[in-house]
Design a protein around this ligand. Structure first.
Ligand code: ZN
Length: 431
């Protein structure tokens, strides 16, 4: 059995948990109907009243919310409280431009802190831990989210933010950081730099909490090896709550969703139909306790499955599998669906010869999509470059079902990211 931050909640009997969810759902639906014009109009259009929510299954009667709604009702029209009750704004900008914002009340920040605190404790953290937060601070939820969660546990927080990598590592050694929080791509970069500086034996790191980007099991192994830690996957999104919406326990078999705060569903992304337990589809989240900007049935665009089987850690909250991709990360190249994570998987299988740093460049020439992948050779590589290129192209074709042109570059020639990695350059919209 592991340790928990809030055992009464994290290990609550499911029947009791579901009773709590129904009560909070009814409360939230009534609030948004009374306070948010968009929800009132949408429910009136379909003839659903707050009193029609009698069971948890009735959630499917409620309207969906999309990212476009957050853009259309920017900045404050989805608030369910007066603006003076909002104490924090977080925001993100999608690749398509317009910002979306989320307002948090004091109570919302407290809940968010609990979510991340559960993660930290599940990652063997406590008040004696020293937590280095190398996520960017600011409108992005990573930095402040990890920071306030670690403070709630009572750990020593080291708010280095991202960047200045050598200084980060000096601090890590000098202050004896036990936990590292950042994006997985930055963790990889930190791992490379630790190796170059030859200071791995000075690290006191035990665990890392990494999120905000898709990453594979292969990448987990590499990070764990490079930094000598156990790497946990954490999930969050600006629209719902930053890191801590779901968190990975010591079993590392999926992320427990904080079901006292959220109701999760899996739908068919094309039809919107709710799928049976265990199905693969789009994750939809309703915030049942959020005060400031509550969302009903928010379509996350993340594709995954939910696992309701009991977890050996003793927590009862459902686990989401690592998202296989995001509907909006998916590229359509010559009519074929391509996820960057598939490319990463192939590169990580060849980690002796190449580094997992890559860049996808898509363009359109004579009405046909071109598909190029820049990949760095590993510093240790001493084989035949043409043969290596041919091998990767063959493996990628069988993984993706479509051919890509691989360009092997000198080690370290692709710019490293200190936040979210920029993996895709799609020039097709420039024409
Ligand atoms: Zn568990």
């Amino acid at each position: 059995m592991g340790r928990y931050f809030q055992p009464d909640i994290e290990c609550m009997e499911r029947s009791e948990l579901e009773g709590h969810q129904l009560e909070k759902l009814k409360w939230q639906v009534k609030r948004v109907y009374e306070n948010v014009q968009m929800y009132r109009e949408r429910m009136d259009e379909t003839g659903v009243k707050p009193e029609d929510i009698k069971t948890l299954e009735d959630i499917s009667k409620l309207p969906f919310t999309t990212k476009q709604d957050l853009r259309d009702y920017y900045p404050f029209q989805l608030l369910a409280v007066p603006k003076r009750d909002i104490v924090r704004i977080q925001a993100s900008s999608g690749t398509t431009g317009k910002q979306i914002v989320a307002g948090y009340t004091r109570g919302d920040l407290d809940q968010w802190s609990n979510g991340f605190a559960r993660q930290l404790v599940a990652a063997d953290g406590d008040e004696k831990s020293r937590v280095q937060v190398s996520y960017g601070y600011g409108l992005f939820t990573g930095g402040l989210g990890a920071h306030q969660g670690a403070e709630k546990v009572g750990a020593m927080v080291i708010p280095t933010s991202s960047g200045n990598t050598e200084r980060q590592i000096r601090f890590m050694c000098d202050l004896g950081s036990t936990h590292l929080c950042c994006t997985p791509s930055y963790a990889m970069y930190l791992g490379e730099t630790v190796k170059e500086m030859g200071v791995k034996n000075q690290l006191k790191l035990r665990a890392g909490i990494f999120g905000a980007e898709p990453w594979t099991e292969e990448m987990r192994k590499q990070i764990e090896e490079a930094l000598g830690i156990r790497a946990h996957d954490v999930y969050g999104l600006t629209e719902i709550m930053g890191p801590g919406v779901s968190y990975e326990c010591e079993m590392q078999q999926g992320m427990h969703i904080c079901e006292d705060m959220f109701i999760a569903e899996i739908i068919d992304p094309d039809t919107g139909e709710v799928l049976p337990q265990g199905s693969f589809g789009e994750l939809v989240i309703s915030t049942i306790t959020k005060e400031g900007q509550p969302l009903l049935r928010y379509r996350t665009r993340d594709l995954c499955t939910l696992d309701y089987s009991p977890c050996e850690c003793g927590r009862t909250h459902v686990r989401m599998k690592k998202p296989a991709g995001r509907t909006d990360d998916m590229l359509i190249i010559r009519g074929v669906n391509v996820f960057p994570s598939q490319i990463e998987e192939v590169l990580l299988k060849n980690s002796i010869e190449v580094s997992p740093n890559y860049q996808i460049i898509v363009d359109r020439v004579n009405n046909t999509d071109t598909f190029d992948i820049n990949v760095e050779l590993s510093p240790k590589f001493n084989g035949d470059v043409e043969a290596e290129k041919h091998k990767l192209e063959t493996q990628l074709r069988s993984m993706l079902g479509i051919g890509a042109k691989v360009h092997l570059l000198r080690p370290k020639s692709i710019v490293r990211s200190e936040g979210k990695a920029k993996r895709v350059i799609d020039n097709r919209n420039l024409h």
